[in-house]
Design a protein around this ligand. Structure first.
Ligand SMILES: [Zn+2]
Length: 387
């Protein structure tokens, strides 16, 4: 299915055509069959790049995890490339609000920026090496994730297992504004609050009831008051629900708190404070549970060396590294960085509008940033990250 792509000649047109083929297969996270069609396509490309394929059948209703392994000039442990092949856009987005189009040097399409463009470049770089009889210096494993946009619930354990077996992690998520590479990420977590009161008729027996909503209202104020902008700690009660009837003292209420923290200490502090919450009304029960989370990771000296190495490769290109970025959003790099495996993120395409109907990339970044991937594969050694 990927005939003709084996020898990448590095015009913008050929790379753009590969990106178009990635985007043409819509792959929303919740549609496992669609994500697996994307995995089929990616598997074909990885085979063309000389990779040995491992495909782990999907679990929990998600698509498959796809891994392609390529030998290096030197023995391992090598480089793990992480990308996700799911998007937030439902099937039909391409035929509807976000059709494929090129306009003013920008290419538009669902998932093109987050992050099919980056996936396409990383694999195209490996295909090019293979087609020209070269090998990466270290072994390379490319791992494509089916459920990142849902928090990677079915793939986190496998990502962590792979990360620990590699020396370096490169993440093909999009670059920051103008081409920034990501050297650290904040942690994010969802907590669920649930209050359980005592029901009563709101007219005749109001005094006998214990309101779950009233209790939740007080908890919401307490939780949001933990926000500390100076320390980049935010707690946002994003959704809330409760009660069953206008004239009934509500028996239950639920709220989801979305938490952003800059580092592991803040993460532990906020977690401790949330789990220590007590109901104001002793007759109301309060439960706090932790949902999906991505731990923060900080820039280490090894990450700085990875950044410096990548930045020097692209210094004299039309899209040099525009700086070091600490990203607020999460990626699968959170898991690997938090484990202490040197992780450089944001090596994908340059553009804007993730998760929107104006999602696009700058077409002119495709050639220089694919060449960056080639050079990274050819030059990265364990010495690059060593002190
Ligand atoms: Zn992404």
């Amino acid at each position: 299915m990927s005939d003709g792509l084996a020898a990448i000649d590095f015009t913008s047109e050929t790379l753009l055509e590969i990106v178009r083929q990635w985007v043409a297969i819509e792959s929303p996270t919740q549609d496992a069959a669609a994500v697996n069609r994307m995995a089929d396509f990616a598997e074909g490309l990885l085979r063309d790049a000389g990779a040995a394929i491992e495909r782990i059948p999907g679990t929990d209703g998600y698509g498959d995890i796809l891994i392609g392994r390529i030998a290096g000039e030197e023995p391992g442990p090598g480089v793990l490339v992480l990308g996700h092949i799911d998007t937030v856009h439902p099937v039909g987005t391409l035929a509807g609000p976000l059709p494929w189009r090129i306009e003013d040097g920008r290419a538009y399409g669902p998932g093109i920026y987050d992050m099919k463009g980056g996936n396409a470049m990383a694999v195209a770089a490996l295909t090019h090496l293979h087609a020209t009889g070269r090998r990466p210096r270290l072994p390379v494993s490319v791992m494509f994730i089916p459920d990142e946009e849902a928090g990677s619930p079915s793939s986190r354990a496998r990502i962590e297992q792979e990360a620990l077996a590699h020396a370096i992690v490169l993440v093909a998520e999009p670059s920051g504004e103008g081409g920034k590479l990501t050297v650290a990420r904040h942690g994010i977590a969802r907590y669920y609050l649930e209050t359980t009161g005592k029901p009563a008729h709101a007219g005749a027996y109001h005094a006998k009831g214990r309101s779950a909503i009233r209790e939740m209202a007080r908890q919401v104020l307490a939780v949001e008051a933990m926000t500390d902008y100076e320390r980049t700690i935010t707690l946002n009660v994003g959704t809330i629900s409760g009660g069953t009837h206008d004239n009934m003292v509500p028996i239950s209420a639920k709220a989801c708190v979305y938490v952003l923290v800059p580092n592991a200490e803040a993460e532990a502090e906020v977690r401790g404070r949330l789990f220590a919450l007590k109901p104001h009304d002793p007759d109301v029960k309060l439960d706090v549970t932790l949902g999906l989370y991505r731990p923060s990771y900080a820039r280490t000296p090894a990450i700085q060396r990875l950044y410096d190495h990548a930045a020097s490769i692209i210094r004299d290109t039309p899209w040099p590294a525009a700086g070091e970025r600490v990203a607020g959003g999460g990626s699968d790099g959170n898991f690997t960085g938090a484990l202490g495996v040197p992780t450089l993120d944001g090596l994908g395409v340059i553009g804007d509008g993730p998760h929107t109907h104006f999602e696009h990339i700058e077409v002119s970044c495709l050639v220089p940033r694919t060449q960056m991937w080639i050079r990274l594969f050819e030059t990265l050694s364990r010495g690059v990250i060593a002190a």
